[in-house]
Design a protein around this ligand. Structure first.
Ligand code: PFF
Length: 436
């Protein structure tokens, strides 16, 4: 147990977990699902879910991981050998990793295409409607998206084989802050566009009549997806966290950073959406048809757009490696396949599934919907029920107080994971299944 690898610093843990959390979910998915689900009211619901459910479930995962010192499969064998039922969380995790990574890699492939378009200066001087046409032509063609999907999967696999710590993580620590700076500049530019005010109102002025059962579900699913919770990814990272670290602080910092980047992406995109007459409910292409318009209006837009898409690609990679790692750890730990073969096998299967996502948009939508709106929340229920009811108060207290202090919030946390989170998630799910 003691020779287990570990993060060397607090910054390392936060950077790794934030690297998993911050990705296409913040910059590609958040704006487009918000646009499809009515704007401000969705945003408030999303924030509420992050605070009330997201942070406690993330904390639960960190507790499970650090307590067990194992990845999500082994964890329940150690922590609750008598409750084999909870190994379901591992099974849900692997299934979800397959579904998410296959459509995620397709979108990351779009990012590769846009990086090349930006480098070749092929978007400059195009009108908003030409840019919209460019995206439709590309995403409905078959070969190019498949080739980029393969390229992205190959990059992900290469990193997972080579180890995360000395590769991607080292660079991510430098490059993620750079991404933040570029998004901040984009926000300022977007806000300065004529007609941008309407976009700000769309994002921040809630219209509660827009809230339906489905909107609530999508907001919950987006909270899970964006925080990388509900499938054991964060639990796996938790197993590398040293005993002296404060887990609540980690969960709060990662959730804050993740939400902050999503909000900035919203502020960068919606003012421009309205200024350029793009429809906010344009769907998955929203970011790709909106941002090039902003770049075209900027001094140095060529450099900004190339840098932005490269950094977005890196943000996607720091997330995709954590997804592939879930599958690889299952193959190596449970099926006893060697790491290299396990990675190649996982990547190969993802490419096949991803190809279906490219060719059949219904598969893409189906994978996206099922993973975020069903499997992750289901995993969230099981994780919180486990920590609340089965792990035992002493274990939980020990993890939360391990850094030396007294954790005064333990009671609140236990009430949330015992009762509030599972019931709230279950109600949202049941409501959407038409059962309540
Ligand atoms: N949180 C990532 C994003 O927002 O892009 C996506 C993701 C990564 C989801 C890892 C789940 C996961 F386990």
């Amino acid at each position: 147990m003691n020779n287990r690898d570990g993060f060397s610093s607090r910054f390392g843990i936060i950077a790794a977990a934030a690297g998993s959390a911050i990705g296409l979910g913040n910059i590609w998915r958040f704006p487009y699902v918000l646009g499809e689900n009515g704007g401000g009211a969705f945003f408030l619901l999303y924030l509420a879910f992050i605070v009330v459910i997201g942070v406690p479930v993330m904390l639960s995962e960190l507790i499970i991981g650090r307590r067990a010192q194992k990845s999500i499969f082994g964890a329940f064998k150690v922590l609750a050998p008598q409750h084999g039922f909870f190994q379901l969380i591992g099974i849900i995790g692997v299934t979800t990793a397959f579904l998410i990574l296959s459509f995620y890699s397709v979108v990351a492939g779009w990012t590769v295409e846009y990086t090349l378009l930006a480098l070749g200066n092929q978007m400059a001087d195009k009108t908003p409607s030409q840019l919209a046409g460019l995206f439709t032509d590309f995403s409905t063609s078959v070969w190019r998206p498949i080739i980029y999907l393969v390229v992205f999967m190959a990059l992900t696999a290469a990193i997972v084989i080579g180890g995360i710590k000395n590769g991607i993580e080292k660079y991510a620590k430098i490059l993620m802050p750079l991404l933040l700076v570029i998004i901040l500049i984009l926000c300022l530019k977007s806000l300065s566009l004529e007609g941008s005010g309407e976009g700000v109102l769309f994002l921040f002025r809630p219209d509660f009549s827009k809230i339906t059962g489905n909107v609530v579900l999508v907001a919950l699913g987006q909270a899970f997806f964006s925080l990388s919770i509900g499938m054991g990814t964060i639990a796996t990272y938790g197993s590398y966290v040293k005993k002296k670290e404060n887990l609540l602080q980690t969960a709060l910092s990662v959730s804050f950073l993740d939400t902050f980047i999503a909000v900035l992406a919203g502020v960068a995109i919606f003012p421009a959406v309205f200024a350029f007459g793009i429809k906010p409910d344009a769907g998955p292409g929203l970011v790709f048809v909106t941002l090039p318009n902003i770049f075209n209006q900027m001094v140095g837009g060529y450099y900004f757009s190339a840098a932005f898409f490269i950094l977005l690609l890196i943000a996607a990679l720091t997330s995709s490696v954590s997804l592939l790692e879930v599958v690889v750890s299952y193959f190596t730990d449970e099926l006893k396949i060697q790491r290299k073969s396990a990675t190649l096998l996982g990547a190969f299967l993802m490419i096949i599934l991803g190809t279906f996502c490219v060719v059949y948009p219904r598969v893409f939508n189906g994978f996206e919907w099922t993973s975020s709106n069903l499997l992750l929340p289901l995993g969230g229920i099981l994780i919180s029920v486990f920590v609340g009811w089965f792990l035992g108060g002493a274990n939980v207290r020990n993890e939360l107080e391990a850094h030396g202090g007294r954790a005064s919030y333990v009671r609140v946390f236990i009430i949330i994971v015992k009762i509030v989170a599972p019931i709230a998630i279950a109600m949202v799910l049941l409501n959407n299944l038409g059962l309540i």
